[in-house]
Design a protein around this ligand. Sequence first.
Ligand code: HEC
Ligand code: HEC
Length: 207
Amino acid sequence: MKKFLVLSMAIAGMMITGVGHATHASEGVADKGAEKAAVCSSCHGADGNGMADNPLYPKLADQVPGYIMAQLKAFKDGSRQDPIMAGMVAALSEEDMAHLDAYYSSLPVMNIGIKKEDEEQALAGQKIYRGGYSKLNISACMSCHGPSGEGIPIQYPRVSGQNAAYTEKQLHAFKDGTRKHPMMNSIAFLLSNEQIKQLSLYTQGLK
Ligand code: HEC
Ligand code: HEC
């Protein structure tokens, strides 16, 4: 009941920090995940914050508990397609996935901000993120991803601090239907390429 209350308050858009941390799995499980993550670190970074020289490798650190597990399963059953990740999950059991999920969601995310010259575009992105885009009936991103982009476990991922190039690629994939999700497909379908760019820059700098 308490959990439900916290969740519905977060959905109502209230500033509750640490909701994600409250449900982080126990440290023992995260430790097992740390061992299994060795193979992942060449792309997702030793600290889960990706690689500075390849922004298409997403950050996994401080992702909402449950989301990484769900994505690994989706890569494995083919409902989310990526040639690299398909190979990476082939040998993972559900238990491995749960351990990896616990590990990455326990790590702090590093926010590198955005370049000065991108600030104007990010500001345009902020308007949509917070207020939606009523002309096209697009709902505010923050109603599902949280006012500071921290996400809401287990379904709504963190988007703040994520590399803009990766976010941009995902929004295009939702828009053209190559990545499938009923909520995100209908939202991204209505976004212009320019709005996608603006939102991606905004969320990278969002804390
Ligand atoms: C050779 C590079 C590489 C390795 C190694 C790798 N990944 Fe990935 N991973 C990627 C790329 C690229 C993507 C983005 C796929 C896309 O664009 O949809 C990704 C995406 C993901 C996502 C989805 C993130 C999100 O925000 O939706 C998860 C979860 C993930 N990887 C976990 C892992 C785990 C766990 C391992 C180790 C078992 C691993 N990856 C190893 C390259 C890699
Ligand atoms: C009605 C709820 C809802 C709204 C509103 C919403 N999202 Fe999402 N979003 C989701 C869900 C659920 C997922 C997870 C999809 C999955 O499991 O594959 C998601 C996934 C994403 C991802 C992929 C994250 C990753 O790590 O791969 C991005 C980026 C994203 N949303 C951005 C946005 C932006 C930008 C907006 C506003 C224009 C927005 N979302 C509005 C529910 C929502």
